[in-house]
Design a protein around this ligand. Sequence first.
Ligand SMILES: *Cc1c(COP(=O)(O)O)cnc(C)c1O
Length: 396
Amino acid sequence: MKVYADNAATTRVSDTAFNAMLPYFKEQYGNPSSLYTIGQKAQEALYSARETMAKYLNCDIKEITFTSGGSEADNQAILTGAYLGEKKGKKHIISSAFEHHAVLHTLKKLESQGFEITLLPVHSDGFVRVDELEAAIRPDTALVTIMYANNEIGTVQPIAEIGRVCREKGVLFHTDAVQAAGHIKIDVKAENIDMLSLSAHKFHGPKGIGMLYAKKGINLYTLIEGGAQERGKRAGTENVPAIMGMAAAFKEANENIDKNFDYVKSLRDKLAQGLSKIPHSKINGDISKCLAGTLNMCFEGIEGESLLLLLDDRGISASSGSACTSGSLDPSHVLLALGLPHEVAHGSLRISLSEYNTEEEVAHILKNVPEVVAYLRSMSPVWKDLEEGKKQYVIQ
Ligand SMILES: *Cc1c(COP(=O)(O)O)cnc(C)c1O
């Protein structure tokens, strides 16, 4: 049996999204900037895609800029907030310790340009605290950027409250909503969000396409210079098929959002309950305030990488953290931010489900993970020391 359980890394393109893309490869392949009919047809298609995205985010179509994905949108939003602030002498930015690297590495770049970065701590439950954010805001704070939902542990941050505080203090607020979009309802107006990034391949759309919402009046910094596409804020001929696929996937996801949430959560809760029976294991982050499909666990005494490879042999695709850090032997910065010690953070497993997963697949995971964990422990010198009392268990 093959089980794809890494939907936080990417998702299968839905049939609806796939079919929505097809006409734009070989029939309606015109350049949206061309004035003749097939160009204008493509322009109209783009307009309708923008309307769809705007409808489900509750924003205006002029507030949408299509990008090559979540990373580009994050880069553009953060550099925009930073450079707009700099013009007013504000060079302080607040973020959190468990952001995606698209955010953290952009902040590092800004630090080398003389910006001061405050990373809010993440508590062991997987959340930042709004009072700590409020206390960190200074007169020279240009931007707050806090992710909507974390990609490794799934915790959904108090975005509306953060938005309210930022609005009261007159600070720009960006959220990386790549994990949340299409999975939980987002209303940029009600939540006082100034800028928001999303990416189609995390909600059954194609890869390499995303968008940045920026509230009217925010003059975006351009990463890519050239033609006048996207109101001059993002040059390059629009990826029309991908944009159409993203809009179709976003519509489908939002129309089914409650149904999918309940179904995926029921599968995830079953998994959480079953896998928690493994001795000296622990769920990371409070799953009661979490995306429906994400489950991140640590198993003491084993290496996450070995666990993944053995699960792959049994047909299960899961992750030990984010795809971006796999391949490196460092433990996940997200788990370390939660305060887990290195040796425990190494033994992590992220299972992320979607509405395409089934009860049978969950049963397959529930059978195999305990077997593989037991097998790895039987060979682990660390586990031997723990069992013999030479070392203390961190997870009781
Ligand atoms: C996947 C992801 C990104 C990057 O999006 P891409 O479209 O792959 O560039 C950024 N932030 C979060 C939280 C993600 O999960």
